[in-house]
Design a protein around this ligand. Structure first.
Ligand code: APR
Length: 248
């Protein structure tokens, strides 16, 4: 049986008194929903697939069908998944906090499905599709046989509305995330390897602005040595326990 998670009274007080609580999440928070992470050595997506063949603009230019099909496969898995107690705990925390911002690197939309409202999607959303030329999102598209669907207005190929390697993050989402990191009193960093920038720079920006940084991750990351509080456990266990403690 896993030992119950204990929380220092100072952390609970800081969360209760916070004007703004922010959370930065990564693939780890969706692991308990059956969505593979990226860098897990065994079943991580990048252990099974080559990101240079599937998640760069060049890969799409070289073989759009392959990229389109891979994201369609991931989209089906995400659609079949459900939020887990970690997602629900953050949605509840948003309801308890005077101000809350959820910054996610995830493209699975599970935070929103768990009821989170102020969600900042840094890397896009796999349920959305956009024109590869105009960049505009397309609600409806036709799949003709083996072809990659085309933009109804300009005829260019459609692509998933996610941020690929070597691409810039959406400027407005990044600006909102940096603002939340600078203004927050507590930053919860959950389920990210903290290796991919610019998202991985947010915890040090928050810390430099005086925020308390809390890491929740069963494995250590480059952030672990500098976090103010470290919970080496699963998000779906630690976060519900934290909410239970906050309810007392
Ligand atoms: N609870 C909390 N953390 C977990 C859990 C869990 N149940 N299971 C795994 N983790 C942790 C792992 O220890 C790891 O540190 O989640 C982290 C997942 O790291 P990555 O797979 O690197 O995912 P992420 O940090 O979100 O990747 C960042 O890289 O590939 C790109 O665009 C992609 O958004 C992604 C970005």
């Amino acid at each position: 049986m896993t030992a119950p998670v204990s929380f220092k009274p100072e952390l609970i007080a800081a969360l209760r008194d916070a004007r703004l609580i922010a959370a930065l999440t990564g693939a780890g928070i969706s692991a308990e929903s059956g969505i593979a992470t990226f860098r897990d050595a065994q079943d991580g997506l990048w252990a099974r697939f080559d990101p240079r063949e599937l998640a760069t603009p060049e890969a799409f230019a070289r073989n759009p069908k392959r990229v389109w099909d891979w994201y369609a496969w991931r989209r089906e898995r995400v659609a079949a998944a459900r939020p887990n107690p970690g997602h629900y705990a953050l949605a509840e925390l948003e309801g308890r906090a005077s101000e809350f911002a959820l910054i996610t690197q995830n493209v699975d939309g599970l935070h929103q499905r768990a009821g989170s409202r102020n969600v900042i999607e840094l890397h896009g959303n796999i349920a959305r599709v956009k024109c590869s030329r105009e960049g505009t999102c397309v609600e409806r598209w036709e799949t003709r046989g083996e072809e990659v669907p085309r933009c109804p207005s300009c005829g260019a190929l459609l692509r998933p509305d996610v941020v690929w390697f070597e691409e810039l993050l959406p400027a407005d989402a990044l600006a909102k995330a940096e603002d939340a990191a600078r203004r927050c009193d507590v930053l919860l960093v959950v389920g990210t390897s903290a290796e991919v920038y610019p998202a991985a720079a947010l915890p040090s920006a928050a810390s430099a602005a005086g925020a308390i940084v809390v890491e929740v991750n069963p494995n250590s990351t480059p952030l672990s040595h500098s976090a103010d509080y470290l919970f080496s456990g699963a998000a779906g266990v630690v976060l519900p326990a934290l909410l239970e403690r906050l309810r007392v």
